[in-house]
Design a protein around this ligand. Structure first.
Ligand code: FAD
Length: 366
């Protein structure tokens, strides 16, 4: 029998989970969301991401599995489906000894190792020679990864959902169980998938107080560096970061950034933007014509997004939550993807799908 499912949230987590459920199950699915692809808002992390695949996960965590499974799908999309807006890029990571133990140093620790766990997964991994390292860099690696043009990829995901019969509607839930009455058929939903990102901090019935933002400021420019790169830190404070990635299909190059924990400021800081642009040109002079500085960058826009961080990592769990009328509704959570929501998206959708199947299984009669 077909089940009615409401997926709450239309970021990369909600869209990927809805698509996975729609492709494989006998479900009638509605995505309900305050924001949709095309919107830019501080409450909507997905459009602000670079987005690339720079695996960060620690050993023996579920995130390691999510990253591994997701790479396989992102690699396939980059190879087979240009319309998804994902392309391959030569990637370089640059490590500085002095960043060990800082917030950004800890964030990229696994990524920057010479014997990185993904060295046999992502193609062409190699440790850089000393002669290849820019000034001030103590070590690094090169490999092939992907960069996702989120302005194309999120609408592509939405189109794929539509193609598989998913209905997308605007709506705001105050309490997670409100979503149960928002299925497009007008009938009550059998199950809700919670993909509300950072809003799970305040969403009634969830109120996960271990959620917090890590503010990321970016500058999008027209210049093409020809490569993707990131360092383990900067000399401008422990919560400032340095990365750049050139998006597929005219998406420009995203220059970052920052990792400002518990900072909710939605407006770009012009001084930070100046530092971001200067640092990117310093580490990657091919961004601008020879002999030029950051004044030769052609800015498309400045932006700020809040990474939806969670103290214990991504939450993929099921529970039954009671609404105002006392009736319990089955909920599968998929939120808390911090700075790795794209590069874990398919692995997380697979895990959420397993929990949905489990929750919808007919209960054996005693
Ligand atoms: P969101 O995109 O925030 O979506 C939440 C959705 O829920 C929205 O549609 C919202 O409207 C909806 N919603 C919330 N509350 C309600 C409610 N009460 N009722 C109805 N709807 C609701 N990740 C990578 O993998 N690679 C990168 O290179 C990368 N770079 C990043 C750079 C920056 C600057 C930032 C900010 C993030 C980056 N990330 C990156 C992380 C990635 O963007 C996030 O992990 C991911 O977008 C989270 O997606 P989400 O769908 O869980 O949440």
């Amino acid at each position: 029998m077909s089940s009615n499912i409401v997926v709450l949230g239309a970021g990369v987590s909600g869209l990927t989970t809805a698509l996975q459920l729609a492709r494989n199950g006998n479900h009638s699915i509605t995505i309900i969301s305050k924001h949709m692809p095309g919107d830019y808002d501080i409450e909507y992390a997905s459009p602000w991401a670079g987005a690339n695949c720079f695996p960060f996960s620690k050993a023996d965590t579920p995130e390691r599995t999510y990253e591994r499974e997701t790479w396989i799908e992102l690699e396939r999309l980059a190879r087979e489906l240009p319309e998804a807006g994902i392309h391959f890029q030569n990637a370089f990571t640059y490590r500085r000894a002095k960043d060990a133990g800082t917030a950004t140093g800890a964030w990229v620790h696994e990524l920057m190792k010479d014997d990185a766990w993904f060295k046999n997964l992502l193609p062409n991994f190699r440790v850089l020679n000393k002669s290849e390292l820019p000034a001030g860099i103590d070590g690094g690696s090169a490999f092939t990864s992907v960069c996702i043009n989120t302005a194309l990829y999120l609408p592509w995901l939405a189109s794929q959902c539509l193609k598989h019969g998913v209905v997308l509607r605007r709506g705001i839930a105050k309490h997670i169980t409100d979503a149960a009455s928002l299925h497009h058929t007008g009938k009550p939903a059998d199950l809700i998938v919670n993909c509300t990102g950072l809003s799970s901090l305040r969403l009634g019935g969830v109120e996960d107080t271990t959620m917090y933002p890590a503010r990321g400021q970016i500058v999008v420019v027209r210049n093409d560096p020809g490569v993707m790169a990131g360092t383990s830190g900067t000399d401008d404070g422990p919560d400032e970061a340095l990365y750049l990635m050139h998006r597929a299909a005219g998406g420009g190059t995203v220059l970052g950034g920052s990792y400002q924990v518990n900072n909710w400021e939605s407006q770009p800081d012009p001084n930070l933007a100046t530092r971001i642009m200067k640092r990117c040109v310093d580490i990657c002079p091919s961004l601008v014509p020879e002999g030029k500085g950051s004044e030769a960058l052609s800015v498309i826009r400045h932006g700020v997004g809040l990474r939806p961080c969670r103290k214990d990592g991504i939450r993929i769990e099921s529970e039954a939550i009671a609404g105002a009328d006392g009736r319990k509704v089955a909920v599968v959570h998929n939120y808390g993807h911090a700075g790795y929501g794209y590069q874990t998206s398919y692995g997380c959708a697979f895990a959420a799908e397993r929990l949905v199947k489990e929750a919808l299984k007919p209960k054996a009669k005693l």
